[in-house]
Design a protein around this ligand. Structure first.
Ligand SMILES: Nc1ccn([C@@H]2O[C@H](COP(=O)(O)OP(=O)(O)OP(=O)(O)O)[C@@H](O)[C@H]2O)c(=O)n1
Ligand SMILES: C[C@](O)(CO)[C@H](O)COP(=O)(O)O
Length: 242
């Protein structure tokens, strides 16, 4: 069984090399819902590109091998992000296609485990990464999520047309982690798009554990998300100074 890297593991976990784990950061989208003068992953958040925050967070967790998945129009923007252990592949027409391109790239020197993360989630905490890696000791897949705490409705044209029970429903986050060869096979077998990699894994019959997510691990989707993300980063900076 491949073991995750030491630095992202609980203190009592067996030591492992960082080479056992690779991360894929998908950042080939166009960020249409966010608007702005560039796709959201390239916009500035607290003085740094969104994608730089995301990459720094993944590297800080001890993941020594990262594949950035970028739109072909964006490769020049990525120059400040390039360093040892970071490679770039071209994205696909869908998020699933982008992930598939990265998995095929990694298949030439396959890791034991792979974490698949949205470039648009720059506030990913090391503790969440560690929870995913720890669960991969016991499950072929693991992903963070938050339970739904609000009532759920169906609506059309601004009116409620029905309600939906919330029991057993979760808001999925990333990174979503898998044993590499299993998620590669699942993607190769999958037809069409998918909301996330857990959907593709489940379609291939893989067991996926849910680990606690983090409210701060938001996906930058709309313009207002940037203000919330900046507030979280400023709170973190203040706490570190204290
Ligand atoms: N063909 C695609 C589409 C999306 N993504 C990435 O998948 C993540 C989640 O997708 P989303 O938040 O929907 O990003 P966009 O597709 O850019 O947003 P929008 O739907 O508003 O255009 C993002 O980091 C995005 O860059 C990708 O790598 N390749
Ligand atoms: C992968 C994901 O972030 C899990 O919640 C989400 O499905 C991405 O959705 P999007 O429409 O591609 O932003």
């Amino acid at each position: 069984m491949p073991q995750p890297p030491t630095s992202a593991l609980p203190h009592d976990a067996p030591a492992a090399t960082a080479g056992d784990v690779a991360a894929i950061i998908v950042a080939a989208g166009r960020g249409t819902r966010a608007g702005g003068d560039a796709p959201k992953q390239w916009q500035t958040l607290c003085g740094q590109m969104v994608l730089a925050h995301t990459l720094d967070a993944i590297l800080a967790a001890g993941i020594g091998r990262v594949v950035l998945v970028l739109h072909p129009d964006d490769t020049a923007r990525a120059r400040p992000l390039l360093r040892d252990g970071v490679t770039v592949v071209t994205g696909g027409e869908s998020r699933a296609g982008s992930v598939r391109n990265a998995l095929e790239h990694l298949s030439h020197a396959p890791p034991g485990l792979v974490l698949i993360h949205d470039g648009a989630r720059p506030l990913i905490a090391r503790a969440v990464i560690a929870r995913v890696l720890d669960a991969l000791h016991r499950h072929p897949g693991a992903a963070p999520a938050l339970p739904i705490t609000d009532a759920l409705w169906r609506g059309v044209d601004g009116r409620v047309t029905g309600t939906q029970a919330r029991d057993g429903l979760f808001r999925a986050q990333t990174p979503q982690g898998f044993r590499f060869h299993q998620i590669l096979s699942a993607h190769r077998a999958h037809q069409g798009d998918a909301a996330d990699d857990v959907e593709i894994a489940r379609a291939a019959g893989l067991d996926v554990a849910i680990v606690p997510g983090d409210d701060d691990n938001l996906k930058l989707t709309y313009p207002q998300d940037f203000a919330r993300a900046a507030q979280i980063l400023q709170q973190r900076a203040t706490q570190q100074e204290a």
